[in-house]
Design a protein around this ligand. Structure first.
Ligand code: GDP
Length: 734
């Protein structure tokens, strides 16, 4: 009935994975002994392979938790390091190397670490056992080992040899047992020797009489007894199992002396293995009751916590992933529904109308001849003027149609989509998953960049006809007029708002004064310019007269008056230049005298206000023109450029959107959810999902508690099954 140990070892492994505070403990066999007592040899004889690192330089620095799992139905033998994720390791040399690396990773300064290395060995040749190998006790501290090392090892061993563990005290036959550090330590925690087994190694090194005397140790009797072994490795190929070879050597040795066949004398590795299995089985059995109680307590606690904290709500990495992906897809769907063709058109139209207003401002509203525009239809208008305004309209329309509409409208939509996806990627729950958020952005970018060039080209192609001619129906014209009125109206409001803002920040009075000053100095500037122009004209048309006018007594030198056309040296100014400069100097003085009242910033504001006022005036004027009878007629395009450009803008928007919708939007809406599924969804595999779910701390905690509850329930089931089996067995015995 070795099932108990096997099942309980399984239970132990499960409990180890959830219990970090050692409340749920099943007994294990702890191996202690002095350095070179033959500890490793004993363990290897039991396992059947050399797998422990050897060498003089303190090779065991961490406890090795060794779980042996008997696998009767297979020949395969291998080890596993559960926390390293190396998978099955079939080569025991590699296990040895891995153990050495793990031990050597403990820094020299720490010497020993209490963090155990977990190792499982699966083999048809091993019994079901859990053993813990500890660093060997050292006798003398060598020069380069710190004094405290001895104590550190003792402390570590002491921690492990506590109840309910079984102690395997390894002593060499050729060393006096009174000096055995292993026995001394075990006596401290198990004075009656109830859970200590003595293993006497190197029995081949002592005479049978002495050997038997050791095994019958009277000084320190052990309830579980002493077993003598000869475990020197036979040294063969590392692939072969050494257990049988060891047993064969032992048999030969112990059979050669009759003393070893006496009653109450136990020898041989085979005996040791059986004994250990029996002891562990019995110990586990007697611990069953208390461990069930402990598991029950833990389970109750966990269930309660689960109810209180999570209202018994189930959670799995998969469901969390599915939920997160669904959320994303839903939000995207909501967005794509809300951002349909009409919204895209609105965006694009808005963009084009802004462009159109810029063009109007540039080409019309700052044209000094703009006031002539409404009179254009009168028969008295010269042909030249008509041509001028027709050309203006053509240029304005081209400026709109040839402004890279394809690229810019496409880019506008690409920007909106990217921005939206960025927002979705940064919102709950993806704020916990930076990697997934990046993936969302990457996917978005991939789809959009694969489509945008083609879309832009397509749009550009389809609006091509508008670059040459834009025809419009009366209906379209009426709409265009309406929209242009609205646009100019908003433009006007913005203008007035800006003006009002300047007024409030500067103060009406102060602003008016500054404006007056600006106007005055502008006028002055204009007058001066006029004068300069007149002077220049005069100088050109009638130089003599001009000179006569300019002659002054001080400058009446003969050379100058007799040679008016002669070359002057560069240093000398002509009288005209002199005159110009003196005028300018006077003016500068005048200005300097006036300036201090107005600081330059104020003057800038005043100019701004002035131009806003002018712009508002023109806009008002244009507004009434657009509302006039003239603009009701679609033939009068030249008089109503705003209306015509609005028609063009609308046509461009309509056509662009049609193709953007087909080439970009539809494609995006189709591809994205599929990409989300394949790159973020449940298809990414269990491992990726677990990683994803645990990135969210709340979900991670939830999952951990769920897992704990599940494992405890599983353990609970197993334990109860074992109890029932035990009771049945007892009943049969009776
Ligand atoms: P550990 O330091 O306690 O792990 O000891 P080892 O298992 O490494 O053994 C120390 C030395 O004793 C090695 O050279 C082994 O070959 C040798 N040894 C181990 N067991 C026996 C044995 O039963 N008989 C003899 N003669 N030598 C042994």
């Amino acid at each position: 009935f070795m099932l108990l140990t096997k099942k309980l070892i399984e239970v132990r492994n499960v409990l180890n994975s959830i219990d970090h505070n050692d409340t749920l403990k099943l007994p294990s066999i702890v191996v202690i002994g002095s350095q070179s007592s033959g500890k490793s040899s004993v363990l290897e004889a039991i396992v059947g392979h050399e797998f422990l690192p050897k060498g003089s330089n303190m090779v065991t620095r961490r406890p090795i938790e060794l779980t042996l799992i008997h696998t009767p139905h297979t020949k395969e033998e291998y080890g596993e390091f559960p926390s390293l994720g190396l998978g099955k390791v079939h080569d025991f040399k590699r296990i040895q190397e891995t153990l050495r690396d793990l031990n050597m990773a403990v820094p020299e300064s720490e010497c020993v670490s209490s963090k155990p290395i977990e190792l499982r060995i699966y083999s048809p040749n091993v019994p079901d056992l859990t053993m813990i190998d500890l660093p060997g006790y050292i006798q003398i501290t060598s020069k380069n080992q710190p004094i405290s090392l001895k104590e550190k090892i003792s402390e570590l061993c002491e921690k492990y040899i506590q109840e309910p563990n079984i102690i395997l005290a390894v002593c060499a036959a050729d060393v006096d047992l009174a000096n055995s550090e292993a026995l001394r330590s075990s006596r401290k925690v198990d004075p009656l020797g109830l859970r200590t087994v003595g293993v006497i190694t190197k029995m081949d090194l002592v005479e049978p009489e002495r050997g038997v005397a050791i095994l019958r140790n009277q000084d320190y009797p052990l309830h579980l007894g002493y077993i003598g072994v000869v475990c020197r490795a036979p040294g063969g190929s590392s692939k072969e199992n050494i257990t049988q070879a060891v047993i064969k050597t032992e048999d030969a040795h112990f059979r050669s002396s009759y003393q070893y066949s006496q009653r109450g004398v136990f020898v041989g590795t085979g005996t040791l293995r059986r004994k250990l299995m029996d002891i562990l089985e019995e110990n586990m059995g007697s611990n069953l009751g208390s461990i069930i109680k402990a598991v029950q307590r833990e389970l109750d606690e966990t269930r309660y916590q689960f109810k209180v904290e999570y209202n018994d709500q189930k959670m799995s990495a998969e469901s969390y992933v599915a939920e997160s992906v669904d959320k994303l897809k839903h939000r995207f769907k909501d967005f794509s529904r809300a951002f349909g063709k009409p919204q895209v058109r609105l965006e694009i139209r808005h963009m084009l109308e802004q462009r159109m207003l810029d063009i109007c401002a540039q080409r019309y509203w700052s044209d000094p001849r703009i006031n002539e525009l409404p009179q254009l239809d009168s028969s008295s208008t010269p042909e030249e003027d008509r041509l001028y305004w027709d050309l203006q309209l053509d240029l304005a329309s081209s400026a709109l149609t040839k402004s890279g509409v394809g690229r810019q409208t496409t880019q506008r939509v690409v920007d909106i989509l990217s921005r939206t996806m960025e927002q979705l990627a940064e919102a709950e729950p993806f704020n916990h998953h930076p990697h997934a958020a990046d993936t969302i952005k990457t996917m978005t970018h991939e789809i959009l960049s694969s489509r945008s060039q083609a879309t832009a080209d397509q749009v550009e192609n389809t609006i091509k006809p508008f670059k040459y001619e834009v025809e419009c129906t009366d209906g379209e014209w009426t709409e265009g007029v309406k929209r242009s009125i609205a646009l100019v109206q908003t433009e006007l409001e913005m203008c007035e708002d800006a003006l009002a803002k300047i007024k409030t920040t500067v103060g009406t009075k102060k602003l008016r004064k500054a404006i007056n000053f600006v106007i005055e100095s502008d006028r002055e500037e204009a007058r001066r310019a006029q004068r300069r122009e007149a002077v220049a004209k005069l100088r050109e048309s009638n130089p003599r007269q001009y000179l006569e006018d300019q002659v002054r007594p001080s400058r009446d030198s003969p050379s100058e008056s007799t040679e008016p056309h002669g070359e002057h040296s560069q240093d000398d100014d002509t009288p005209a230049q002199e005159d110009d400069r003196s005028v300018r100097e006077d003016e500068d003085e005048l200005e300097a005298a006036m300036r201090p009242h107005f600081n330059p910033k104020l003057l800038v504001k005043a100019r701004e206000a002035l131009s806003l006022r002018d712009r508002a005036l023109i806009l008002k004027y244009r507004l009434s023109a657009l509302k006039s009878k003239t603009c009701k007629n679609s033939k009068n395009k030249a008089q109503c450029p705003e209306a015509f450009l609005a028609v063009v803008a609308e046509k461009l928007a309509y056509t662009s959107v049609m193709f953007i919708q087909v080439e970009l939007m539809n494609e995006f809406v189709f591809q994205l959810p599929r990409m989300i599924d394949s790159r973020l969804g449940v298809k990414t595999g269990q491992e990726a999902m677990e990683k994803f779910a645990r990135e969210n701390p709340l979900v991670g905690k939830h999952l951990e508690l769920m897992e704990k509850r599940m494992k405890l329930e599983e353990v609970w089931e197993k334990l109860n099954y074992l109890v029932r089996r035990q009771e049945e067995a007892k009943a049969r015995k009776w």
